[in-house]
Ligand binder design. Structure first.
Ligand SMILES: Cc1cc2nc3c(=O)[nH]c(=O)nc-3n(C[C@H](O)[C@H](O)[C@H](O)COP(=O)(O)OP(=O)(O)OC[C@H]3O[C@@H](n4cnc5c(N)ncnc54)[C@H](O)[C@@H]3O)c2cc1C
Length: 407
C-alpha cells in the first residue's frame, strides 16, 4: 500500500493487486488489533532492533524514518500516541483506522485497486542491452486469467507466517524459480514448545522481571530481561518471542535450553540469606510449604522437583548444600525446548529475497530490471516494538519513489 501510494504520488499510473477480498488483513491483526505502527526511538536505534541484515536498510530507514511515517499518518488525519517502550499506536487504539488512512491515500492518488485478484506470475524479456526486464504480470480473478503489460512491478507479498491473512510465502517459490536468490523461510517471533508436563502444568503463570537466556549446545544465543508466560504447549511472552529471533531451525534440533533466572536482582549469597529468613519464619513447616513468600504458587512444585530436595523434609533440617542447590535452581530454572509453534503462530518470517540480489538504494532487483521488492518478503527481520512495520513502510516508500527515477 505504501509503495502504491508513493509510486502514484510520483506520477505513475498504479494498480494495486490483492488476492484477499479486502486490503490489510494482517495489518488489522497487528499489535493485538491496535497496530504498533513504529517505534519512536532515535533513528540510529532502529538498526539495533533489526536482527537480520540491518545494514541493508540504511537508505530505506534514512529515506523514510520513524518520524516520517508518523508525519505521514498524522497528515492523513490519523492521530498517534507513544506508549511504553516508545511504541507508536493510533490514538484510537484501532488498527482499522491505520488501514482506513492508507485507503484514503490510495484513493486520493488515484490508485486502481483490484481485490480478489491473485498475481500468479510475471513475465520477463531481454531489453536492447541483453538485460532481463519485467514485461507483464499474469493475474487470476475467479477462473479468469489475464495479463497486464507493464515494465515495472513491486512485489510486497509478505512472508509465510499467519498464512490465513494471505501471506503464504508462495511468491518466494516463484521468485526462486525465476533465478532470484531466496533465503530459506523460518518462523520467527514465535513461542517455544516444550514436551514436559511439569512446564505445561504451569500454564497461565506469567513471570515479570526475570532474566531469560537460551543456550544451544552450551553456547549462549540470547539473553534478556523482562516478562514471559507459561502456556499449555510450552512458553511464550515478550522474552521468548525475542529469543526465537536468534534461533535457527537447526538450533531447535540440537539441544536448545532456556535458562530462567527467577531472582535476577539477588546474588547467590543474597538469595541464600533471603531463603534462610523465610525458613526461620517457617520453622516447623515442610519444605514444600515454605516457599510461598519467595515464589508464585504455580512454580513451587517444579522448583522443588528440580532442586531434588525432599518436599516433606522439615525446613530446619534442610542442609546448606541443599539450600545451595535450591539457589542454583532459582537462578537457573531450565526449560528444554523441543521446537516452536511454526508459521501458524509466528509473528514474522525470517528469510526471503536475498538482500544481495536487491539494490538497497532503490529496492530494485539486481537480476530483473523493473522488479522491486518491499516488506517482509525481503530477508530482513526485526524484534517486536513496531520495527517490522517500519521495515515495510520504509522499503515500500523507497520502492515507490524509485520506480520513475530508475526507468
Ligand atoms: C499477529 C501479528 C501481529 C503483528 N503485530 C505487529 C505490530 O504491532 N507491529 C509491527 O511492526 N509488526 C507487527 N507484525 C508484523 C507485520 O504485520 C508484518 O511484518 C507486516 O505486515 C509485513 O508487511 P508486508 O506488506 O510486507 O506483508 P503483509 O502484511 O503480509 O501483506 C502482504 C499482502 O500480499 C498479499 N498477497 C500475497 N501473495 C499474493 C499474490 N500472489 N497475489 C496478490 N496478493 C498477494 C497478501 O494477501 C497480503 O495482503 C505482526 C504480525 C502478526 C502476524
Amino acid at each position: 500500500m505504501m509503495a502504491a501510494i508513493k509510486a502514484a504520488e510520483n506520477g505513475n499510473i498504479v494498480t494495486l493487486i490483492e488476492q484477499n477480498e479486502k486490503l490489510g488483513k494482517k495489518l488489522f491483526l497487528t499489535g493485538k488489533g491496535r497496530c504498533n505502527i513504529t517505534n519512536a526511538c532515535p533513528v540510529e536505534e532502529l538498526f539495533d532492533n533489526i536482527v537480520t541484515n540491518p545494514k541493508f536498510l540504511y537508505s530505506a530507514f534514512y529515506g523514510f524514518d520513524n518520524g516520517a511515517i508518523v508525519d505521514f499518518f498524522n497528515n492523513a488525519g490519523l492521530k498517534t500516541k507513544i506508549e511504553r517502550g516508545e511504541r507508536v499506536f493510533p490514538q484510537s487504539d484501532h488498527s482499522s483506522d491505520v488501514i482506513k488512512a492508507l485507503k484514503k491515500q490510495l484513493e486520493s492518488y488515484g490508485v486502481a485497486i483490484m481485490l480478489n485478484t491473485k498475481v500468479l506470475d510475471f513475465a520477463v524479456t531481454l531489453d536492447s542491452c541483453g538485460v532481463n526486464k519485467i514485461s507483464s504480470v499474469i493475474i487470476q480473478k475467479g477462473d479468469r486469467k489475464s495479463e497486464i503489460h507493464t515494465d515495472r512491478l513491486v512485489l510486497a507479498t509478505g512472508g509465510a507466517s499467519y498464512p490465513s491473512t494471505g501471506s503464504d510465502g508462495r511468491m518466494l517459490d516463484k521468485l526462486a524459480k525465476a533465478g532470484i536468490t531466496v533465503r530459506k523461510c523460518e518462523p520467527s517471533l514465535v513461542p517455544f514448545v516444550c514436551n514436559d508436563r511439569q512446564i505445561t502444568d504451569m500454564q497461565g503463570l506469567s513471570l515479570k522481571n526475570v532474566n531469560l537466556s537460551v543456550t544451544v549446545m552450551d553456547k549462549q544465543k540470547y539473553s534478556g530481561f523482562g516478562e514471559m508466560l507459561f502456556t499449555h504447549f510450552g512458553i511464550s511472552g515478550p522474552l521468548v518471542l525475542s529469543a526465537s529471533s536468534y534461533l535457527t531451525e537447526e538450533d531447535y534440533r540440537k539441544q536448545a535450553v532456556v535458562h530462567i533466572d527467577l531472582k535476577p536482582a539477588l546474588s547467590m549469597a543474597e538469595l541464600d540469606a533471603r531463603i534462610l529468613r523465610d525458613f526461620e519464619e517457617a520453622q516447623n513447616k515442610n519444605f514444600e510449604n515454605a516457599l510461598g513468600k519467595l515464589l508464585p504458587s504455580k512454580i513451587i512444585t517444579a522448583v522443588i522437583n528440580k532442586s531434588g530436595i525432599d518436599p516433606a523434609k522439615k525446613v530446619n533440617s534442610v542442609t546448606k548444600q541443599e539450600r545451595e542447590k535450591l539457589c542454583r535452581t532459582l537462578k537457573d530454572f531450565e526449560v528444554k525446548i523441543s521446537g516452536n509453534r511454526g508459521f501458524l503462530e509466528a509473528i514474522i518470517t525470517r528469510g526471503g529475497v536475498d538482500t544481495g540480489d536487491i539494490n538497497p538504494s532503490t529496492m530494485e532487483s539486481k537480476k530483473i530490471k523493473g522488479l522491486y521488492f518491499a516488506g517482509e518478503m525481503i530477508d530482513v527481520d526485526a524484534l517486536t516494538g513496531g520495527f517490522n512495520l517500519q521495515i515495510a513502510w520504509s522499503t515500500g516508500y523507497l520502492s515507490g519513489i524509485s520506480l520513475k527515477e530508475e526507468n
